[in-house]
Design a protein around this ligand. Structure first.
Ligand code: PLP
Length: 430
């Protein structure tokens, strides 16, 4: 395994001299050469030059099927004609942010409320901000501070809980109580019950960055009930999962959250976030109410995003398209699962989001990040990434595949075959 990985890395270095040159330049301005830690890969990241439809090209001229899908924000691909037209017409007819409310932002807000069954919504420029404001709202409403979250949960740049602890950059780590296992309903109920000064429970219906691990109905409903019994705000983070069903994954599972947070593709591929839900909770942000919280952000209603976002929900990612796309994802994942049968590769996810995990024993059931502890084969994961690049597939190093609407079927077929070939080839060397 070690030798195969070293050889793949050597080929990567030889094949990508211009990406390497770009990295050497970039470290002079960015710590580590980039402005998103996630995009750092060893020995150096690939530098992309262009994206079109469901493909990307790197600076050394290689073409890839884009399976990164901008970590779910790129759902519509790089050049969807409707989004393209909307952005051009916004530039020529509306102008950039107008420093005022516009009818366009209300159009998007109404579409979000209808689609995700929210009484009221507020928009932000990122999913991180959406979660921060949802938490601030819950604290204001309850007069309490603490928040129950789950190990492996990712709610944004400063709200991340890997390995059972708040990440070092989490906003005041003392405010968060981390349930050590996702999908463990009795543990979650116990932690919620005994935590004092509790304002909210924040949970993803499927842990996305945590490995595409789906929450069971029993777990999510149990957590929701425990939050209700305790009188705390139940916040469902659908930033990554709202694409998985017309009303989001939570609604597919029959959940009724107090607040929902959104983002990613809903801005048409531009910077976007939103939080919304029950009127009684969202009222804390109503400036006509005495003592209301302020929620600001220069770009919350920027014209490009709100018009592109409205086009997404109204014209492109309709409920019917969403259902068909995720059924296509189910089929694709099922074929990957079959190809991986009996190997060290496990396939997780839901609909159009797929998690690939290499483990010692090819685990069939992964219900939380802790199940993977000490069992992951990071050498195989990295070898897989190098070899998929050579076969023309741009995937995330960590193993998340976020499908794009316009990826041709024959590219999905080819990927299944390439994965099958990879597993066969390395069956004995690993
Ligand atoms: N919540 C979840 C579940 C996410 O996956 C992400 C981003 O990956 C965020 C929040 C943060 O969104 P953003 O990167 O737009 O701040």
């Amino acid at each position: 395994a070690e030798a195969a990985l070293r050889a793949a890395e050597a080929r990567f270095i030889a094949n990508n001299p211009l990406s390497k040159a770009q990295q050497d330049l970039a470290v002079g301005a960015f710590p580590g050469g980039n402005t998103r830690t996630l995009l750092h890969t060893s020995p150096f990241p690939l530098c992309m030059k262009q994206g079109k439809d469901a493909y990307v090209w790197d600076v050394d001229g290689h073409k890839y099927v884009d399976f990164v899908g901008e970590l779910t924000a790129g759902l519509l691909g790089h050049s969807h004609p409707t989004i393209h037209r909307t952005l051009l017409s916004t530039l020529s007819d509306t102008g950039l942010s107008l420093g005022a409310t516009t009818a366009h932002e209300h159009t998007l807000a109404a579409l979000l409320c209808a689609r995700f069954r929210l009484d009221r919504v507020r928009m932000t420029s990122s999913g991180t901000e959406a979660n921060l404001h949802a938490l601030a709202g819950a604290r204001h409403l309850t007069g309490r501070r603490r928040v129950v979250v789950f190990s492996g949960g990712y709610h944004g740049a400063v709200l991340s809980f890997p390995g059972g602890k708040p990440a070092a950059n989490t906003v005041d780590a003392r405010d968060f109580v981390v349930v050590p296992r996702y999908n463990d309903v009795s543990l979650a109920r116990e932690v919620i019950k005994r935590t004092e000064d509790l304002a909210a429970v924040l949970v993803e219906p499927m842990q996305g960055a945590g490995g595409c691990i789906v929450g069971t109905r029993e777990f999510l409903h149990g957590v929701r009930r425990a939050a209700g019994e305790k009188g705390v705000v139940f916040i469902l983070d659908e930033v990554m999962t709202s694409r998985l069903a017309p009303g989001g994954l939570g609604s597919q599972m029959g959940l009724e959250p107090d607040l929902v947070t959104l983002g990613k593709y809903l801005g048409g591929g531009l910077a976007f976030g939103a939080f919304g839900g029950r009127e009684e909770v969202m009222r804390v942000y109503d400036p006509r109410v005495e003592g209301a919280l302020a929620h600001s952000g220069t770009f919350n209603n920027n014209t490009l995003v709100v018009r592109a976002g409205a086009a997404v929900l109204r014209d492109v990612y309709t409920a019917e398209v969403c259902v068909a796309f995720n059924e296509r994802g189910e089929g694709f994942r099922e074929r990957l699962r079959l190809a991986a049968k009996g190997s060290r590769l496990s396939v997780t996810g839901w609909g159009s989001l797929i998690g690939l995990h290499f483990t010692e024993d090819g685990m069939q059931e992964i219900s939380c990040g802790e199940d993977l502890k000490g069992k992951e084969r990071l050498d195989m994961r990295d070898l897989f990434w190098f070899e998929m690049l050579e076969a023309g597939f741009w995937t995330t190093r960590r193993g998340l595949i976020a499908m794009i609407l316009g990826t041709p079927d024959d590219e999905l077929d080819r990927f299944v075959e390439v994965v099958r070939g990879f597993l066969e080839k390395h069956r004995h060397t690993m």
